[in-house]
Ligand binder design. Structure first.
Ligand code: G1P
Length: 286
């Protein structure tokens, strides 16, 4: 069955980016001139996704406004004869149908995904975490859809992480299947280096079979007292095979100040209008 729906989670507090996230959703932080969440929406569209649901929470209204139509802004741009900008703004609000669900309590990533159960119903679906920003020639999710189409079961994205960074990610216990594909034998959320089953860390892109919802309903709180997707995937292994895919592309952990700065510089250097000047500026600065 085709992967048509995507869940984008945007309900977290953004504690790693305080104080800006007190009143600004982390997903609305700009990388050059687009908010993080737009990169996820574009990746989903370019991977064949037809419907998106964003899981939001209190204080995240800016996300809904962003993808909505603004007649006032369009009128203003029309009066100023800013036709190119006007066209771009109209395109942005008609990108794709986006719906929203509010997670009433922030009980973890697994709980956030569970709120999308009725929207997704009985089909495989994608999950994107906007603070994992991926720069790749072929969208990372599209690469994963191809792996899903080959195996017909859940697929999670992975990248190698250094041993001091295992504490930041879900880590898989792998069994190699081919150069970039592993069968997942087990998963641990944010283990200490000495407890990590490998150095293959989960990146925020998943294709999940709908059975994950029944599992999430019975997954007890885990690390940090949150209902962890990682724990639910570990339970899902009792009923189905899960594959992990080391995608082609660079991942930026844009939910932290350093990762966000790296992403901003890397993306800005590629922009035709500012890239050359920025490179020159950086050269002088360093
Ligand atoms: C979540 C997941 C973790 C995964 C990570 C990817 O953690 O729980 O398994 O490796 O996303 O970014 P978070 O970053 O929300 O703490």
């Amino acid at each position: 069955m085709k992967v048509r729906k995507a869940v984008i989670t945007a309900a977290g507090w953004g504690t790693r980016f305080l104080p800006i996230t007190r009143s600004q959703p982390k997903e609305m932080l700009p990388v050059v001139n687009k908010p993080l969440i737009q990169y996820s929406v574009e990746e989903a569209i370019n991977s064949g996704i037809e419907q998106i649901i964003v899981i939001t929470a209190l204080g995240k209204r800016a996300i809904e406004d962003y993808f909505d139509r603004s007649f006032e802004l369009e009128y203003f741009l029309e009066q100023k004869r800013e036709t190119k900008l006007l066209q771009e703004m109209r395109e942005l609000s008609s990108l794709i149908d986006v719906c929203y669900i509010r997670q009433k309590e922030q009980l973890g990533l697994g709980h956030a995904i569970l709120t999308a159960k009725n929207f997704v119903a009985d089909e495989p679906f994608a999950v994107l975490l906007p603070d994992d920003l991926i720069d790749s020639r072929v969208p990372a999710l599209k690469q994963m859809v191809e792996v899903y189409e080959q195996y017909g079961t859940s697929v999670i994205a992975i990248k190698r992480v250094s041993s001091q960074n295992t504490v930041k990610y879900g880590i898989i216990e792998p069994k190699r299947v081919s150069a970039k594909i592993y069968q997942v034998l087990g998963l641990t959320e944010k283990p200490k280096p000495q407890e990590a089953p490998s150095n293959l860390g989960v990146v925020g892109r998943y294709i999940l079979m709908p059975q994950i919802f029944d599992v999430l309903e019975v997954t007890p709180p885990g690390k940090n007292q949150e209902i962890q997707l990682t724990d639910a995937l570990q339970l899902l292994l009792q009923q189905q095979t899960i594959y992990a895919y080391e995608f082609d592309g660079v991942r930026y952990d844009a939910g932290t100040p350093l990762g966000w700065l790296e992403a901003t510089i890397a993306f800005a250097l590629k922009q035709p209008d500012i890239g050359r000047e920025l490179r020159e500026y950086l050269r002088q600065l360093l």
